[in-house]
Design a protein around this ligand. Structure first.
Ligand code: SF4
Length: 234
């Protein structure tokens, strides 16, 4: 986080033990490590949101990668998905640099907070419905604490479902039934604000290596998010 508002929540997330099977899996990955990262100390704990705690744009991904965020301790850092995401955020003016490596690389987000449906890496990147249900209150809390929230960019079908649930849990009501499609938009009306849910294909290797998602497609999502949220803060 760039400020203090979410710090208590961040601490709760890092200390969470609601899914013993995921905690055991992440700890085991952190012990065994990947050959390329043998000299590194893995984070191995639940990963909190990263970015601007007064953001107008919330980005919701799937879950930490076993050797990505579970290694670095920062959302979308240390794997191929993060390379695509942070480059796109930089081009749209939400990040101060296009590259990400670890938590000491100087990367800062402005007007954007990156979170996820699940905070612990699940085996095979496949969380169970029960694990998603247990983790959902964290995203809901973040939605409630982002008092200037205007846009939620949801990555993938699971990210979209998690974002819908978090908005509804925070008191937002959708005008219609939100659907997942690249570029699909839904409006959610809250107690004090109107939020646009904007869905995107997830920048996973599965999508980027096959051309399902291209960099211009991802750029279009964040250009739209920028337009919906308003001009970049000076
Ligand atoms: S996935 Fe979420 S609910 Fe489960 S242990 Fe990790 S942080 Fe806690």
């Amino acid at each position: 986080m760039s400020g203090n508002k979410l710090t208590a929540l961040e601490r709760n997330i890092v200390a969470c033990r609601r899914c013993p099977e995921l905690r055991a899996y992440c700890a085991q990955i952190a012990r065994t490590r990947k050959r390329a990262y043998r000299d590194q100390t893995y984070w191995g704990k639940p990963v909190p949101a990263f970015g601007d705690d007064d953001a107008r744009v919330l980005i919701v991904g799937l879950a930490p990668g076993a050797h990505g965020s579970n290694r670095t301790g920062r959302m979308f850092t240390g794997d191929a998905s993060g390379v695509w995401l942070y480059r796109a955020l930089y081009r749209a003016g939400f990040a101060n640099q296009p590259d990400q490596r670890d938590r000491d690389d100087g990367l800062e987000l402005h007007d954007a907070l990156i979170s996820a449906a699940l905070r612990c890496a699940p085996p095979g990147n496949k969380p169970s419905p029960e694990q998603l249900r247990r983790c959902a209150p964290y995203l809901e809390s973040e939605v409630m604490q982002l008092t200037r929230l205007a846009v939620v960019v949801a990555l993938g079908a699971i990210g979209t479902r998690a974002a819908v649930g978090a908005l509804q849990g925070a008191g937002f009501r959708f005008a219609g039934v939100p659907r997942f499609a690249h570029g699909a938009e839904s409006t959610a009306i809250g107690p004090h604000a109107r939020v646009t849910l904007l869905s995107s294909y997830h920048p996973s290797r599965q999508n980027t290596n096959t051309g399902v998602l291209t960099e211009p497609m991802l750029d279009a999502i964040f250009a739209r998010a920028r337009a919906l949220a308003g001009a970049a803060p000076s």
